[in-house]
Design a protein around this ligand. Structure first.
Ligand SMILES: NC(=O)c1ccc[n+]([C@@H]2O[C@H](COP(=O)([O-])OP(=O)(O)OC[C@H]3O[C@@H](n4cnc5c(N)ncnc54)[C@H](OP(=O)(O)O)[C@@H]3O)[C@@H](O)[C@H]2O)c1
Length: 164
């Protein structure tokens, strides 16, 4: 099964502030939906709380240390348990969608990173780790300028792990 990380980060690698995203970019939300629809999305409990509901047409895997039940979601007490559950179904892909703490703990298991680079510097309190050039190759890049719906320029970047 292909394991991907999908993230939107600013020029400082900031990804969020006060448990919210840094900005509203409809084109990025559409891209996120296109890539993840029909697949597993794995996230930390705080990211789930910031979204507030399970995302339609995706299987939500929530990582938490608590025993809370969340309607329409599968709950796991470790990242390994969530990843193991998804990997049993080889017809689907797994997208790790954040936040900070989940990215830090799981980037090493990803084969692909879909990084939307927002060309702006925001106030952020959570960050995405650097992708070392020796480990990750940029294989695709699509740049978008500002338009009437998207207030910041951004680039959809796709990185693949370099096979050793
Ligand atoms: N820009 C982006 O692409 C993007 C994507 C996603 C999120 N974000 C932003 O990131 C921020 C949230 O990130 P965050 O790091 O604060 O929170 P998070 O990673 O979403 O969630 C953290 C929570 O996940 C659970 N958790 C983490 N590791 C665990 C483990 N090994 N075992 C069991 N449970 C574990 C714990 O839940 P319990 O406390 O319930 O035990 C922990 O408090 C928000 O600002 C959000 O908007 C940005």
């Amino acid at each position: 099964m292909n394991v991907s990380v999908i993230v939107a980060a600013d020029e400082n690698n900031g990804i969020g502030n006060e448990n919210k995203l840094l900005c509203h970019l409809p084109a990025d939300l559409k891209y996120f939906k296109q890539l993840t629809t029909g697949h597993y999305i794995l996230m930390g409990r705080k990211t789930f709380d910031s979204i507030g509901k399970p995302l339609k047409d995706r299987i939500s895997l929530i990582i938490t240390k608590s025993n809370r039940l969340i309607d329409g979601c599968h709950i796991f007490n470790s990242i390994e348990a969530g990843v193991g559950y998804a990997k049993k179904n080889t017809e689907k892909q797994l997208f790790i969608i954040g936040g900070d703490s989940i990215f830090m703990q799981s980037l090493h298991i990803a084969d692909t990173v879909f990084l939307t680079r927002i060309h702006h510097k925001f106030n952020a309190d959570v960050f995405f780790p650097e992708l070392p050039a020796a480990e990750w190759e940029l294989v695709n890049k699509i740049t978008h300028s500002v338009d009437e719906k998207n207030a910041y320029p951004f680039t959809f970047e796709t990185y693949k792990r370099i096979e050793k």
